[in-house]
Design a protein around this ligand. Structure first.
Ligand SMILES: [Zn+2]
Length: 313
């Protein structure tokens, strides 16, 4: 189809891919394991997917789990450390023989939610993806904000609790260290170890206490799980208030597996914490905090649609 593009979402363990039509429809969605090794193996996997899924003229949009600079070189990749320093975008363009757009995966998700999801029609949004970490993306006045070096929009690493829990980035008290799926699991394990969890709670008996256990128990109404999700939600709201003060976006969209699982158990406390802190409260209406609508496909849809933007200049 004319104006379709190939979209690829590279993850630490899996690569998802598909064809995205001009209207944002995702077709031929498939997944395969992320290859072990370095740049050559990844380029081979992505070019193979592009050849299989699209025709030779389709542009390729790629979401990558890390910091990609404006030249398309990987500057940081916590889950794919072998790729740091790799000229990913130029090598993919050489391999695919078409224009390739590579952006941070949460930037791609932000663009997807803006064009076809929870941010439709608003002209901008701040996006947070809650999973193992917390990804972030910003669209202001219809443009994806990439910053002077491509590092903008890392909303998961705004510091909301200096002296708080250690974050994967090495700082203390980042939003990610309080509101990611990993943080939710850590809070649950700490509560169990401190004897704060009721004996009948699923948290007390879980063999492997991950974030999904907490969100599932919260969905069943477990009070201890709900208290942990409310704590993570509180900190999410503290961060969101700062994002609102910095950017004043039309909407803040929260996606990613941990957010989908926790739903309002996380978002309702976040709205309260934000409303109390945003500048101008209580007379100012804080930006609406909405769950993502595209789920795990947000990054693919956004990566595909971003190629249209690049093509349009
Ligand atoms: Zn951090």
């Amino acid at each position: 189809m004319a104006d379709a593009s190939v979209a690829v979402d590279i993850g630490g363990t899996k690569i998802a891919a598909g064809v995205v039509d001009a209207d944002g429809t995702l077709r031929a969605h498939q997944r395969q394991p992320t290859p072990a090794g370095g740049l050559a193996e990844l380029v081979e996997a992505v070019t193979g997917l592009a050849r299989k899924l699209g025709d030779a003229r389709m542009p390729v949009g790629v979401g990558f789990p890390g910091f990609i600079d404006l030249a398309g070189t990987v500057r940081s990749a916590p889950n794919l450390p072998a790729l740091v320093g790799a000229p990913l975008q130029p090598r993919l363009e050489a391999g695919c023989g078409v224009g390739v757009t590579v952006v941070n995966d949460a930037d791609a998700a932000a663009w997807g939610e803006l064009c076809r999801g929870a941010g439709r029609g608003g002209g901008g949004l701040a996006m947070l993806t809650l999973g193992t970490g917390v990804g972030g993306g910003l669209v202001v006045n219809g443009r994806l904000v990439r910053g002077a070096h491509g590092a903008a929009g890392e909303l998961g690493h705004i510091i909301i609790d200096e002296g708080g829990p250690l974050c994967g980035c090495g700082n203390h008290g980042c939003l990610e260290a309080h509101a990611s799926g990993t943080a939710i699991a850590r809070k649950a394990r700490e509560a169990v170890a401190a004897g704060e969890v009721a004996a009948g709670s699923p948290l007390a008996s879980a063999a492997d206490l991950g974030g999904e256990v907490v969100t599932a128990a919260g969905a069943e109404g477990d009070r201890d799980a709900l208290a942990i999700l409310a704590d993570a939600g509180f900190w999410l709201g503290v961060g969101v208030a700062s994002i609102a003060n910095a950017v004043d976006p039309p909407a803040i969209v929260v996606g990613g597996g941990a957010a989908v699982g926790a739903g309002e158990a996380l978002l309702a406390p976040a709205r309260r914490a934000c409303a109390q802190r945003v500048l101008g409260a209580p007379s100012r209406e804080p930006p609406p905090l909405r769950p993502g609508e595209l789920g795990e496909h947000a990054g693919l849809v956004g990566a595909g649609l971003l190629t249209r933007l690049e093509a349009a200049g």
